[in-house]
Design a protein. Structure first.
Length: 646
């Protein structure tokens, strides 16, 4: 799903010369509805939905729905004496059947229950059929209504469904559990003959005979699908079909787009959507073959102020290529592998948002990608105590909180790429995740385990800081140059100090001269840390995070501190012998109990210990030759000594 304000920092059309006026923001804060953390009734988990057969009537001028839905399911509880489903209370149920027997339906709010004459035992297959009609509380804006009617500026009426996160009940009798993927769906939609409809899967047939003045579209999917990814869009559409042939393969995928069939539909928009095949090919190379290629990919163009990643058929209202890419990437992130729990929705939105800059980097330019990442990071930093993991899953605003679930999460993924042994290892983790959990569900812990296995290191600290934790580091930065030695000092504080004591994090430092720049990855593991580099060019400034690899904020201006150095004065107070050394060092004349830490010039801590009374050995026998920093802390006092190994 994408409902944010479009960033103005990025030029928005890839293949068209005209510009787009910009989309509005979905005022979802005004449309909050009661929501929940899981199914509305535990009785919905008594069964596993296998197949749905919709037979519904829709128009393009009203959200009125009538028809019936057949559910084929299998009992999973040891014994099931009731059949419970959700359907908004605005609907009238005309009749309802279980295994062909008509039964009464009782309601508590939108939770509907049928008491079975005989309890069904675990493993029993059964079917239900619910006939219903009504005018649900549809909206006009798009998100969080279930079903929407709107009229475009050109006067085109349209009706489309958006069930995310808990409003499928506003247009069909359903079980709203993300953990129960439906194995297959037949969608029969009857609409007036002047409009068409788009939906999931393959368009098998169009029946223009059975109902005079109307026609019935039969869509079918055999890929497992979550309830919130089932959709229908109805408008005066023109259909555009093409096939994209995958690189280095004889396979192809159908691309089936539905655009408003009026002269006002901008051909430049169509050109952007016509490029989807290229995008599918590129993301298939990164994440694995487009998951639903045997059926199709397509978009239904609507007035939606953003996009929604309905499986194999995105509903979209903006023509921006990076939004098109965002929704396309959801077909992997969210649709193919769905989060097991709504708290983990970053596994969908974070990766789709991350993919936007990946897209811009490849199809536009590194500069466009960088500007995009900077915009997203700037937004994320606006939430001082923001957390990626969702705390309140009953609330649409927190489930789809742009600054955290989208923008901070994509920055965390970017950082995970930065700490990877290589880009190929990073993308192999993404591909493996897609393969291992294909057409199913996964959790944050599942993803973390794959990354740890591939990286060969534990990532507890990383995930605790960035997914489960809150806030981010803030740096005061100063630098100095003495001959060919550069010193950079970082002082870290936190945006949300009550939650995180210290962020152990990589940081990219840029050394700048008039003729050359150097980018260095260092590890910041201390609140105050001095780094030194051998760098001969005459330095004019230092910068942090220019390539937007990590999450951080810079406190004030970066200063040139001509007094900044390592060990120049301190060494008179603490004696180190021998220095340089080929073996270990001895720190002499110390008091007992001073905290010692030895790090390399990138800030990676190699050894930590406490001083003894008199003399303390600093181990160095196995270290490669080079410069090191020994940090000595006692009370509020701190000294940094330059040690040399040769
Ligand atoms: Zn999204």
């Amino acid at each position: 799903m994408n409902l944010r304000l479009l960033l103005t920092s990025v030029v928005i059309l890839l293949f068209a010369s005209s510009t787009y006026a910009g989309a509005g923001y979905c005022a979802h804060g005004n449309n909050k509805r009661a929501a929940k953390t899981t199914v509305a009734s535990p009785a919905e988990d008594y069964y596993d939905v296998k197949h749905l057969r919709f037979n519904i009537n829709l128009t393009d001028t009203s959200v009125y729905v009538s028809g019936n839905v057949i559910t084929n399911a299998v009992v999973t509880a040891s014994s099931m004496s009731v059949y419970t489903f959700e359907l908004d209370s605005s609907f009238t149920i005309d009749s309802a059947f279980v295994n062909g027997a008509m039964l009464p339906v009782t309601a508590v709010g939108w939770v509907r229950t049928m008491t079975l004459p005989t309890a069904l035992i675990a493993g029993t297959a059964f079917n239900t059929q619910v006939y219903y009609h009504g005018l649900p509380p549809g909206g006009t804006g798009g998100f969080f209504n279930g079903i929407t009617h709107s009229v475009s500026s050109g006067g085109t009426h349209m009706v489309f469904t958006i069930s995310d996160p808990y409003v499928a009940k506003n247009w069909w009798p359903c079980k709203q559990s993300i953990q129960d993927k439906i194995d297959s769906v037949d969608m029969f939609v009857t609409v007036p003959a002047h409009v068409r409809d788009g939906s999931n899967g393959v368009l098998l047939s169009i029946d223009s005979v059975s109902t005079p003045g109307s026609w019935t579209f039969h869509w079918q999917t055999h890929y497992p699908i979550d309830y919130y990814l089932i959709s229908v869009a109805v408008a005066k559409y023109r259909e555009y079909r093409s096939y994209w042939h995958f690189s280095a393969s004889t396979d192809s995928v159908l691309i089936q787009n539905f655009f408003i069939d009026t002269p006002t539909f901008n051909p430049a928009y169509k050109a952007n959507f016509d490029s989807i095949g290229l995008f599918i090919d590129y993301f298939s190379s990164l994440y694995g073959r487009y998951p639903f290629w045997r059926e199709k990919y397509g978009v239904c163009y609507t007035s939606l102020p953003g996009g929604m990643e309905h499986q194999t058929m995105t509903t979209i209202g903006v023509p921006n290529t990076y939004i098109i890419a965002h929704e396309l990437c959801h077909q992997w992130w969210g649709d193919n592998v769905t989060y097991q729990d709504w708290r983990d929705v970053w596994l969908s939105e974070g990766f789709a948002t991350f993919s936007e800059a990946v897209f811009l980097d490849h199809f536009w330019s590194p500069a466009a990608a960088k500007a995009h990442r900077q915009g997203l990071l700037y937004s994320a930093l606006g939430d001082a105590c923001g957390r990626v993991l969702v705390t309140d899953t009953s609330n649409s605003d927190s489930l789809f909180h742009q600054q955290t679930v989208y923008n901070k999460a994509q920055a965390v993924i970017r950082m995970l790429q930065y700490i990877a042994p290589s880009d190929s290892v990073f993308f192999s983790v993404l591909k493996t995740y897609q393969q291992n959990y294909a057409l199913g569900h996964a959790t944050t812990a599942n993803f973390k385990a794959l990354a740890e296995a591939a990286y060969g290191v534990p990532l507890d600290t990383f995930f605790n800081q960035w997914i489960y934790g809150r806030g981010y580091p803030i740096y005061k930065v100063s630098w100095n140059q003495s001959g060919s030695t550069v010193y950079v000092k970082l002082i870290q504080t936190r945006s949300c100090p009550s939650y995180t004591n210290h962020f152990s994090t990589p940081v990219e430092i840029q050394l700048h001269s008039l003729s050359v720049d150097t980018f260095i990855k260092v590890y910041n593991s201390l609140d105050t840390q001095i780094y030194m580099f051998d760098w001969a060019p005459t330095m004019t400034n230092a910068y942090l995070n220019q390539n937007v690899w990590t999450i951080l904020k810079i406190n004030g201006a970066i200063t040139h501190d001509t007094k900044l150095s390592v060990g120049m004065l301190d060494q008179k107070e603490f004696k180190v012998y021998p220095n340089p050394t080929q073996n270990h060092w001895e720190l002499q004349d110390t008091n007992e109990g001073l905290a010692l830490s030895l790090s390399d010039i990138t800030g990676r801590i190699l050894w930590e210990g406490k001083s003894a009374q008199g003399t303390t050995q600093i181990p160095g026998a196995k270290l490669p030759s080079g410069n090191y920093v020994l940090r000595i802390t006692g009370g509020s006092e701190e000294s940094n000594l330059k040690l040399v190994h040769w």
